[in-house]
Design a protein around this ligand. Structure first.
Ligand code: SAH
Length: 228
């Protein structure tokens, strides 16, 4: 899978993309992530990509020309399945959406800034708008990093243990059961006996019951297939 990110702060991705699973996915050639500086696509001598909003009001607006040029430059080279804009009012990112995105070949993610982007970009150049939650961030970079992480770890072969992505929370509409590791007893806080019993069938049943109980308590909407 190839992900092209258009941003005015490519440096913001250095941390999240050069460690752990995302790093490994790129090294294994399973994910290609390319960062594009939006300012490289402007003819303005000051490399300006924002301007005042028509009709006034607080905040600058990201201009259409550089964004159109950046997107079209990429589209001339290959077909993109989705051109995504990170937006607080977009579709909320959830596990089924991450699963679907992980099956795509090429996607573009545009990170907004300032007061947002010229509405005509959304109308004519963007195919999907994604929000990572009902709160406002200063820019789309953190959202793009979250989307990329959630998607890339699902690409087959990225996680060492294939099963582990499928047993994470939200797969099968359930949250994960609790997990424990050594020591068995820490200050008298004990690991549940069942997990030490060696009875695999009963352990699986226990984990499933725990998942259902936790989902009822913490994310009841998942059991009814509702948005959280
Ligand atoms: N004025 C806008 C917010 C702009 S925030 C509004 O009220 O809707 C600046 C940029 O940050 C946005 O263009 C968007 O790309 C990004 N952003 C902010 N919050 C986000 C969220 N919850 N999910 C995804 N992107 C977000």
């Amino acid at each position: 899978m190839r992900i092209d990110i258009i941003t005015i702060f490519p440096e913001m991705f250095e941390g999240p993309f050069s460690h752990s699973i995302i790093k490994r996915a790129q090294e294994k050639g399973l994910a290609e992530i390319h960062l594009h500086q939006l300012r490289d696509f402007t003819n303005d001598k000051h490399r300006k990509v924002d301007d005042y909003a028509f009709s006034g009001g607080a905040g600058m607006v990201m201009m259409i020309e550089p964004v159109a040029r950046a997107i079209e430059h990429l589209q001339e080279q290959r077909h993109y399945d989705e051109v995504i804009y990170t937006s607080p009012d977009g579709e909320l990112l959830d596990q089924p959406m991450a699963n679907r995105l992980s099956t795509l070949e090429n996607i573009i993610i545009l990170c907004g800034h300032y007061k947002g982007i010229d509405e005509r970009i959304r109308e004519h150049l963007i195919t999907r708008e994604i929000s990572i939650g009902n709160y406002v961030l200063s820019g789309g970079e953190l959202a793009a990093a979250v989307i990329t992480d959630a998607v890339v770890r699902l690409i087959p072969g990225v996680l060492g243990n294939e099963v582990s992505a499928l047993t994470d929370s939200f797969q099968n509409n359930l949250v994960s059961p609790p997990v424990y590791t050594r020591p068995r007893d820490f200050r008298g806080w004990k690991v549940p006996d069942i997990l030490l019993s060696g009875n695999e069938k009963r352990i699986e049943e226990w984990k499933f019951e725990q998942s259902v109980e936790r989902t009822k308590k913490r994310r009841p909407g998942l059991l009814k297939n509702e948005e959280q």
